[in-house]
Design a protein around this ligand. Structure first.
Ligand code: NAD
Length: 370
């Protein structure tokens, strides 16, 4: 167990597109202090520090590593840099929260987990979907038996367009490293990693076999349809991902949305939105179809703002630092999410079932990089 830190001092590494959503949870938390911001672009680091009221900015991560007063780092750099940044941070004795995906390969992620363990510091992956209140509510309801024994999980993602101020304000840097050789494979890697993490976390079971069809469209690899077999042979998962370039999606953030459906022996549970607000429906709907009394319940008071997942993920990290507890998502869970991702690519190429637990390294889809 890590030693509790009563007032953690946190440094931010990477002040790009997603940083502001991540940092809010720290800035609002009176228990911790954000003391420095690092970005390789001087003006970006300085602008972020000024906007967030943070006293110090730098272009060198080494400045943060060498500062003994900094307890923890939030790593928000491009994914291909996570490995080096996390290893440097844990070698400097810092606790680390790192944005998803933890790394570009299973082997790198395992090495990072090992290094953190040996250094005796926390390494957790900031996975906002696991802290999105409607999904947390769904997980709780399933665990409480609200739909009986789960038999099907469906994860649906659509990527389209939006006119949100957030989307309009994005710099284009993030579309370069995500879509070239610095990534092992585009959207099914970078964004679907959330859905792989949810597929494993929501029902608390490992996937033992994956089948998939993965098409390539534009710069993304989709449409994709995948079937997951879980440890419980009575439970199946399906994941569908599609790109709709001519569909505008109501959203305060990216032009995308997700829908989740869990069916059990006694009912259904739907989470009807996530990144976007495509549907005018309550975010969580429960159908309980027991003999004699069928009820449909919605949960109008559940906070359904996608940004809340980021805020709560940061609060959760501070909770762990202050209490000396172990925060989620663990590096071991992040490894499993990466394995599931690469199993989808491998099954999509070979058209044969793949046991994700056997996947190491990285699997790059045919034709990548585009
Ligand atoms: N949870 C989510 O929904 C979500 C959404 C978007 C991005 N992400 C993840 O967050 C990470 C960052 O994504 P982004 O979209 O903000 O990317 P980005 O490219 O917009 O931002 C990355 C920032 O890191 C900076 N940087 C690069 N090298 C650096 C270095 N050596 N030292 C210091 N700073 C450096 C860049 O200048 C840039 O400002 C990625 O891992 C991405 O997958 C997660």
């Amino acid at each position: 167990m890590p030693t509790p830190i009563p007032s953690p001092r946190i440094g931010i590494v990477g002040a790009g597109n997603i940083a502001s959503l991540n940092v809010v949870g720290y800035l609002e938390d009176p228990r911790c202090e954000v003391v420095a911001v690092c970005d390789e672009f001087e003006d970006r680091a300085a602008r972020a520090a000024s906007a967030w009221g943070v006293p110090r900015s730098t272009t060198h991560v080494e400045d943060l590593l060498a500062d003994p007063s900094i307890d923890a780092l939030e790593i928000l750099t491009p994914t291909h840099l996570h490995h080096d940044h996390v290893l440097a941070a844990v070698a400097a004795g810092k606790h680390v929260s790192c944005q998803k995906p933890l790394a570009n390969s299973v082997d790198d992620a395992r090495a990072m987990a090992r290094a953190a363990e040996e250094a005796g510091v926390v390494l957790r992956v900031s996975e906002c979907f696991r802290h999105y209140p409607p999904l947390e509510t769904a997980k709780r309801l399933v665990a409480e038996g609200a739909i009986g024994r789960p038999t099907h999980l469906r994860l649906r993602t659509v990527v389209g367009q939006t006119e949100s101020a957030f989307q309009a304000g994005l710099t284009t840097d993030g579309y370069v490293w995500r879509l070239n050789h610095q990534s092992p494979g585009g959207h099914l890697f970078d964004d679907m990693i959330h859905k792989y993490a949810v597929a494993l976390w929501l029902l608390d079971q490992d996937v033992v076999s994956v089948q998939a069809v993965v098409r390539r469209r534009d710069a993304f690899f989709e449409p994709c349809a995948a079937v997951f077999e879980y440890e419980d042979p009575g439970l199946l998962g399906t994941m569908e991902v599609s790109y709709a370039p001519d569909m505008w999606i109501r959203s305060d953030y990216y032009g995308a949305d997700e829908f989740f459906e869990v069916q059990g022996d006694e009912g259904f549970l739907w989470v009807t939105r996530c990144t976007g607000q495509l549907l005018d429906l309550p975010a969580v709907v429960l159908y309980q179809g027991g003999r004699g009394a069928q009820t449909t319940t919605s949960f109008p008071h559940v906070d359904d703002d996608w940004a809340s997942g980021f805020r709560r993920a940061s609060t959760h990290f501070v909770d762990a630092l202050v209490e000396g507890s172990t925060p989620g998502m663990s590096a071991a869970d992040a490894v499993k999410a990466l394995q599931l991702c690469f199993a989808v690519y491998q099954a999509g190429t070979t058209r044969l079932p793949v046991d994700p637990r056997t996947v190491s390294g990285a699997v790059v889809p045919e034709g990548w990089p585009p």
